[in-house]
Design a protein around this ligand. Structure first.
Ligand SMILES: [Zn+2]
Length: 440
């Protein structure tokens, strides 16, 4: 399977938060101020332990929408690339970038934020597109090696977090260098409301107007798409990456996957990051995708089941990873990325229907071996490429200290929380043109 949406920078944050929707949760998971630095060694460790977890739970490839909160460097990116190479997980690394200051990208109840804090946010303005473009070009030159298992993609964070100059620049650069673009799109109601306030139309309509949409583009989430947005997504050949665990945990909403599939849109499946999932188990995402969409008030012949969910995770993911000719199918000439499952495990005993049991059971328990590009990444339960015991011991040793470094950032997040909650409640009451017919 291709894990079509993840953020390895969240790996330290397992189990940190609950009952926070995206925007309040971002104050802590993605602090806009005082984010501490991590050494290349720590970044490497963070990448490897997440990669091993994914290899052991059904993924042979990940789309890592990567952020470095205190800024990317060539060394930090090199540590991530080395982590995936050493662990033996195929990776498309989408460089998470944005060029708008934080307070411009969310709905804040301004009276509840101190002037001092707004000034601090102003001062923390991210780099311009010119600077980002130089960094992206260099990253592609150094690290984009699809045949060796690591590729680079562009990751403009979200349309409300990027100027039009940056979005148009990303589209042009992707054309020039033949790259995939991942972008967070309409994950939350607040984003739908912000989009209309910023542009007087939906974010998708705006992105189409500036020529951003194409088959290179993958929308992460796509929950608050209007019927007209869905037509644009279909007509422009955009892929949608569905993340059911994260969408449930953050209360983001239910993506209209049966409608997207009925329209012929390509849909992929992901775990999303550790902080919105608390694990990186693709088999768990597969099961959720196969179950969740039976809640729609639609003809049951349009429900997603084991077979449909499996297609999202494999064929759908191949496109999202920018490798439709190499991934998604087991046959000669493909990449030879394989997960071998133990048919004598509980999950397959008794064996009635392999695909249903694979998708609806707890198949992570049955993973025996994993090949990526024809090389063993897991063999009979062991990881021959890295010393997993030592990696996990180091994570246990350093994890708490690294999370502890965020104390000041969390404190500043706390100061913005009341204001953001007011904005969130306001968005909750705002009509966004998306109707939900559920059978609840
Ligand atoms: Zn994301």
């Amino acid at each position: 399977m291709v894990n079509a949406h993840n953020h390895s920078n969240e790996n330290w944050f397992r189990g940190m938060w609950d009952n926070l929707p995206l925007e309040p949760w971002m104050l802590f998971s993605y602090p806009a101020l005082a984010a501490p630095s991590q050494s290349p060694d720590e970044i490497y460790l963070r990448t490897v332990f997440g990669a091993l977890e994914q290899l052991r739970s059904g993924a042979t490839c990940v789309v890592d929408f990567l952020y470095e909160l205190d800024g990317f460097t060539t060394e930090s990116l090199e540590a991530v690339v080395r982590g995936y190479r050493d662990a033996g997980l195929r990776a498309l690394i989408a460089l998470g970038i944005g060029d708008r200051a934080y307070h411009e990208t969310v709905i804040l109840e301004e009276g509840l934020v101190s002037r001092e804090l707004v000034e601090q946010l102003e001062a923390e303005r991210p780099p311009s597109w010119d600077e980002w473009q130089r960094f992206c070009r260099e990253a592609v030159e150094r690290f984009h090696r699809p045949d060796e298992g690591v590729s680079i993609a562009l990751g403009p964070s979200g349309p409300q977090r990027c100027t039009d100059e940056m979005l148009a620049g990303c589209a042009a650069l992707a054309d020039e260098l033949d790259l995939v673009i991942h972008i967070h799109m309409l994950e939350t109601r607040m984003q739908a409301v912000s989009g209309r306030r910023m542009y007087g139309k939906t974010l998708v309509e705006h992105m189409d107007a500036i020529g951003f949409l194409s088959p290179r583009v993958v929308f992460a989430h796509g929950i608050w798409l209007t019927p007209a947005d869905i037509e644009l997504v279909r007509d422009r050949g955009v892929t949608v990456a569905h993340n059911p665990a994260s969408n449930l945990k953050l209360g983001s909403g239910l993506a209209a996957i049966p409608t997207l599939l009925a329209e012929g849109v390509n849909v992929a499946l992901g775990t999303d990051g550790m902080s919105s999932n608390d694990g990186l188990d693709m088999f768990a995402s597969l099961k959720l995708a196969a179950l969740l969409h039976k809640l729609w008030g639609i003809d049951y012949e349009q429900w997603l089941g084991a077979r449909e969910a499996w297609q999202l995770a494999t064929l759908g993911g191949a496109q999202a990873a920018g490798d439709p000719a190499g991934l998604g199918v087991i046959e000669p000439g493909r990449r030879a990325d394989l997960v071998l499952l133990d048919l004598e495990s509980r999950v397959f005993t008794p064996l009635n229907d392999p695909l249903r049991q694979l998708a609806l059971g707890s198949s992570t328990l049955a993973v025996d071996s994993v090949l990526v590009g024809g090389e063993w990444s897991v063999r009979e339960g062991r990881t021959p490429r890295v010393d997993e015991g030592e990696i996990l011991a180091r994570v246990r040793e350093t994890g708490r200290e690294i999370v502890g470094r965020f104390d000041e950032a969390f404190e500043l997040g706390q100061q913005l929380l009341a204001s953001l909650r007011a904005g969130w409640l306001e968005a909750l009451r705002t009509e966004v043109g998306v109707e939900r017919k559920l059978s609840l």
